[in-house]
Structure formats: structure tokens, C-alpha cells
Write a protein that binds this ligand. Structure first.
Ligand code: IMP
Ligand code: MG
Length: 184
């Protein structure tokens, strides 16, 4: 069981559900009467996004992008590329980017995407992230909606992975040290 590798549960399924419901209410109020499109960043955001859209009561469209840094271990290089682009045009639409976690900000993923979507004439571009680790920030990224501010620990679950695994855990937790857990 992958739960055996977890040392500590930071956010229970109940706590996550309550916060996602709040975010959904807030987003519904903020975008009422506007054409809203949620753009999920694959793959980490999918679990959060699936719950978030069902907490939003206004009409919305859904699209996805996949973005990668060039090469392995180049998180700090800041070179990014779109691996999977949007299926639909965002021209004239209000875009809400949905991300799993904002950590150092160094992949430039978010600022790159914001610039890219603005260039495609989106009416507005904002960011919603489930988790924020502000202590780790090395590059400024403005996050408009944050689910939870968390301490400087590597977390998994609810979409977040370690080496591709643990995305299916229903909570957000810290791995045991021998599996790779602890401070990043
Ligand atoms: P950064 O903001 O450029 O450091 O990169 C953020 C990305 O790194 C996120 O989209 C995640 O995919 C990954 N990441 C950062 N911190 C964590 C974590 O604690 N657990 C799992 N993935 C993480
Ligand atoms: Mg990852």
C-alpha cells in the first residue's frame, strides 16, 4: 500500500474538500457573467481540478496544457516548452490556470504560461494553486487563489507525485525519510 510510505498527513481529505468548496464559491462569485475557462497543468493538477470544477456553480470550459523544462534536472534553467497545447482558443475568455503547487517558481512554468495566454488575447489570466510553499520562492509569481500555504516539506498525494507515484493518495502527506521524504 502506498499509504505505508507516508510519515505524516498534512491535509486530510475532509480539510481539502472544505477548502476546495470555499475556492469554488469564491471563483463562482468572481467570474459570474464572464466566459471562464479553466486550464489545468498536467499532470499534478488533475485531482484538484476535478474536484474544483464541481465546486464551481457558473458555466465553464476546461482545457489542459503540459509543460516541461528542457532535459532532466534543469529545474533551475528556466527553459520551458509546451508539450501539449490547449485544444481551444482562449481569445476573449477569462483564463484561470490551475496548478498543483507553487514552490520555487524557478521552472518559470507559470509566468511563461501567463505571458503565452495573454499573447493569445485572453481577456484575463489568473492562477489558482492548491498549495503554496512561499518560503521556497526564488522568483516572484503572483498566485491569485491559494488552497493552502504549507511548510517547506516535499509533499505527495491528491495529484502530487514523487518519481511519478503517490498521485492517487486522497490526502496530502509527507513521505517517510527512507522513501524520499523530508525537507526539499
Ligand atoms: P517550482 O515552483 O518551479 O519549484 O516547481 C513547481 C513544480 O515542482 C510543481 O508543479 C510540482 O510538479 C513540483 N513540486 C514542487 N514541490 C513539490 C512537492 O512538495 N511535491 C511534489 N511536487 C512538487
Ligand atoms: Mg512532479
Amino acid at each position: 500500500m502506498c499509504t505505508d510510505d507516508v510519515a505524516d498527513v498534512l491535509l486530510s481529505p475532509e480539510k481539502i474538500a472544505a477548502r476546495v468548496a470555499e475556492l469554488g464559491r469564491q471563483i463562482s462569485a468572481d467570474y459570474r457573467g464572464k466566459s471562464l475557462i479553466l486550464v489545468g497543468i498536467l499532470s499534478g493538477a488533475v485531482v484538484f481540478l476535478a474536484d474544483l470544477i464541481r465546486a464551481i456553480s457558473i458555466p465553464l470550459e476546461l482545457d489542459f496544457v503540459a509543460i516541461s523544462s528542457y532535459g532532466a534536472g534543469t529545474r533551475s534553467s528556466g527553459v520551458v516548452r509546451i508539450i501539449k497545447d490547449l485544444d481551444e482558443s482562449v481569445e476573449g475568455k477569462h483564463v484561470l490556470i490551475v496548478e498543483d503547487i507553487v514552490d520555487t517558481g524557478l521552472t518559470l512554468k507559470l509566468s511563461y504560461l501567463v505571458d503565452n495566454l495573454n499573447a493569445r488575447k485572453a481577456a484575463s489570466v489568473r492562477i489558482c494553486a492548491l498549495l503554496d510553499k512561499p518560503n521556497r520562492r526564488k522568483m516572484e509569481v503572483h498566485v491569485d487563489y491559494v488552497g493552502f500555504v504549507i511548510p517547506n516539506k516535499f509533499v505527495v498525494g491528491y495529484g502530487l507525485d514523487f518519481n511519478g507515484l503517490y498521485r492517487n493518495l486522497p490526502f496530502v502527506g509527507v513521505l517517510k525519510e527512507h522513501v524520499g521524504g523530508g525537507v526539499n
